[in-house]
Write a new protein. Structure first.
Length: 763
């Protein structure tokens, strides 16, 4: 059945009802939430009971520094102070000074590790600077005497270590600098020798001369190439316009190679015109990049004046032609003057043709010469590149050698000054001394940790986090179907009804009176009447729903009970209704209705019994049953044959409604082809048990085969839960329960449901 894609609802504002629904979703987890909250409180209490008591002190320490007046005047002392304070912080907080201080206090030995010290005695030491001269030392320890004595012991350990380090550093530094100075002197001497040798053997000047000699090769090559390209274009134009171009035009082209390129309208130039008829002059000149759609025009002598010999002949020819045209009006063709003019015109034309022949040969010779010159220049290019590379390499080597010499000279000078400073100057120009100024805060009598108020707050936060987080995760991992509206949007098919969680014995009493519920409303029976109405109001492509198939995704979801009660709902309308048990493996319609299972549908399909023998009248009015019969091998395949189709055709003629109780969709093949015999399908979904994936897969399998869906039934909804009462308040039985006292006296126990069972159904 093709379905429209689900439309995403417009986001609306959060209101009180949505918040209440969100809270009610966690109704099943309230006991777990209370337990987790108490667990958080217990965790905080346990930590308070078993945690070790910690003491704390905060001491003020003054930093006395040596100030270099030269550095202070230059502004470098401030930057040096910042670096010194950072270094001092790292040193005092290092594992080395912590262990040295603990040894002075007598609480650590040479075998004590920093991890053992932090784990058993001093878990934390913090150091921060108030300004450039004072810092705060915060000590946390499990012993009260340590927080009192640690600051002074740390200062003593620092001063002793620095004195020892200064002495060792001075001796080692002087020895190292002397050795390095000797090595640097050797390097300086070696670099000087190498530089002199390089200058003697270097061919840098020769390489530069060779590069200058060949530097014109690329330029000449480009010029020759461009000139050849121009001559090729001229040759192409001559070939294309051989018949349409006059002798003067050809001469203009052939002699244009040597024309003045600064004159764009020199005779013989190739130009292009724009498409604008208002522009009489050429718009641009032809180049290799010019678009080919422009019209090519050759500048001829009649467009410009020139002093070329052939141009003079052409000018003379044009004068003779003009004179010939003028005299023709005055003389006859055989007049001596006309004969003379014709002879002169013939001589000038012959001279122009001769000029054309000479120009063509000169053009060809020049073109061949340029080609040879281009080949020659191309052979010289590798030599040019090699000369350029050689010059660059030698120049770079010389510059690097010169820079290396300067670097070694500078290193030698710096090492000499450093040794002089260590031997004759102050060995610790950035020395500092620490002075203990007292405690700003000390708690060596009453421990600072654990704190009752903090642990209570942390325990509450932990409990709230667990109480909210764990149920949220459980809720997210729960893939069962609980909300009818949510599943409607998932499958895009309507939910046609709910069936409350009731006593199975009450649900399976389908042999109830057809008038029950007409005079005495009943909430449980009204649910099936609502399902009946939804099916009747949703006809499929085949028209009125005569054959209705009831199925589910998996076994145990209550489809047989729902099928029997839907059949009862149709029969209570006065319609002749038949319930067929198509689950030939595990069908139990006969048990629900309390009728014999023989001969049944299996005997009918195998031909061992007739239809009238298999139909069973139930105790309820207008309700007939066709039980499955004994389980026989191969009978399930007969449901997809003409035998079952003929049986349904005959049953359509006898009954107004036929309800097919079919096997589950997933894992079995009968349901796939049984839907071909039905007018529509109703899917039974067990609340809080059927997973979304199973129901969606079952729906998709039937939908692919063209099944029409009336909708789905949410079965066994637990109305004892507040969230279900809130969601589905319109299924409440309060109205029906208020009218039960008007029921007629119970005279027929076999036809009526006991009063206590009615209450269980309605609940």
């Amino acid at each position: 059945m093709p379905t429209k894609p689900p439309t995403s609802p417009k986001p609306d504002k959060m209101d009180g009802s949505k918040l209440l629904r969100l809270i009610l979703q966690y109704e099943d987890y309230w006991r777990l939430m209370v337990l987790l909250f108490l667990l958080g409180l217990v965790a905080g209490t346990s930590y308070y009971v078993y945690a070790r008591a910690a003491f704390e002190s905060t001491a003020l320490i003054r930093v006395n520094q040596f100030v270099d007046t030269t550095r202070e005047a230059s502004g470098a002392q401030k930057e040096n102070n910042v670096q010194m304070l950072r270094s001092l912080t790292r040193q005092l907080l290092s594992d080395y000074y912590q262990l040295e201080t603990a040894k002075r206090l007598g609480v650590a030995t040479a075998a004590t590790t920093p991890q053992e010290l932090r784990g058993s005695l001093i878990p934390a030491v913090r150091l921060g600077f108030l300004d450039g001269q004072h810092m705060q030392l915060r000590v946390i320890s499990y012993r009260p005497n340590i927080v009192r004595e640690f600051p002074v012991a740390l200062i003593e350990a620092y001063e002793a270590a620095r004195k020892r380090q200064r002495e060792e550093f001075r001796d080692k530094a002087i020895q190292r600098y002397v050795e390095e100075l000797a090595e640097v002197r050797k390097k300086v001497t070696s670099q000087l020798d190498s530089r002199l040798k390089f200058e003697e053997e270097s061919a840098l000047a020769s390489a530069q001369i060779e590069l200058e000699r060949l530097s014109n090769v690329p330029v000449q090559q480009v010029r020759v190439r461009y000139k050849l390209e121009e001559m090729d274009r001229i040759a192409k134009v001559l070939a294309e316009q051989e018949g349409g171009l006059a002798t003067p035009g050809k001469l203009a082209l052939l002699t244009s190679v040597g024309a003045d390129k600064d004159d764009p309208l020199a005779a013989g130039r190739i130009i292009r015109r724009t498409g604008d008829p208002r522009v009489g002059a050429p718009a641009a000149f032809e180049t290799p990049e010019t678009a080919k759609e422009f019209t090519q025009v050759v500048v001829q002598p009649d467009m410009v004046e020139s002093i070329q010999p052939w141009m003079e002949l052409d000018k003379k020819r044009r004068g003779l032609e003009e004179k010939f045209t003028t005299n023709r009006a005055r003389y006859l063709e055989d007049h001596p003057e006309m004969i003379k003019l014709r002879d002169e015109l013939r001589e000038v034309s012959s001279a122009l043709e001769l000029e054309l022949e000479v120009a063509r040969k000169a053009f060809d010779l020049e073109r061949a010469r340029l080609k040879e010159q281009l080949v020659e220049l191309e052979t010289k290019l590798p030599a040019y590149y090699q000369a350029a590379k050689s010059y660059d390499e030698k120049k770079l080597a010389y510059e690097l050698m010169e820079k290396g010499q300067l670097a070694w000279d500078k290193a030698y000078e710096q090492l000499s000054k450093q040794i002089e400073t260590l031997q004759f100057g102050d060995t610790d120009q950035s020395s500092v001394s620490l002075e203990f100024r007292g405690f700003t805060d000390i708690r060596s009598e009453k421990p600072v940790s654990p704190s009752k108020s903090k642990l209570l707050m942390l325990g509450c936060l932990l409990g709230l986090g667990l109480a909210g987080g764990v149920p949220f995760l459980l809720r997210q991992m729960d893939s069962t179907i609980t909300d009818l509206n949510e599943f409607e949007s998932t499958l895009d098919i309507p939910g046609i009804g709910l069936v409350p969680l009731s006593n199975p014995k009450v649900l399976e009493q389908v042999n109830r009176s057809s008038t029950l519920g007409a005079k005495v409303p009943n909430a449980l029976l009204e649910c099936f009447r609502l399902i009946r109405s939804s099916i009747l109001l949703n006809p499929g492509p085949r028209g009125e729903p005569r054959v209705i198939m009831i199925t589910s995704a998996r076994p145990g979801e209550g489809k047989t009970t729902v099928s029997a009660n839907i059949a009862w709902a149709f029969s209570s309308m006065g319609e002749k209704t038949l319930l067929i048990d198509c689950d030939l493996r595990r069908g139990r319609v006969h048990g629900v209705a309390g009728v014999p299972n023989l001969p049944g549908l299996t005997r009918l399909l195998t031909g061992e019994a007739q239809l009238d023998e298999c139909l069973v009248k139930s105790e309820a009015d207008n309700l007939w049953l066709l039980p499955r019969g004994p389980v026989l091998a191969g009978t399930t395949e007969l449901l997809n044959t003409e035998v079952f189709a003929k049986v349904l055709v005959e049953l359509r003629g006898r009954f107004s409604r036929i309800i097919l109780d079919t096997p589950p969709v997933l894992g079995l093949s009968e349901t796939a082809f049984l839907q071909n015999h039905a007018d529509g399908v109703a899917l039974v979904v067990k609340a809080a048990a059927t997973t979304r994936s199973d129901a969606t897969l079952a729906f998709q399998q039937l939908q692919k085969l063209g099944g029409h869906f009336y909708g789905f039934v949410l079965n066994q909804v637990d109305f004892s839960k507040v969230q279900n009462q809130y969601y589905y308040y319109y299924y409440s039985s309060n109205y029906y329960d208020s009218n039960w006292e008007e029921e007629e006296p119970e005279t027929d126990d076999s036809r009526r449901i006991p009063k206590h069972r009615r209450h269980s159904q309605a609940g």
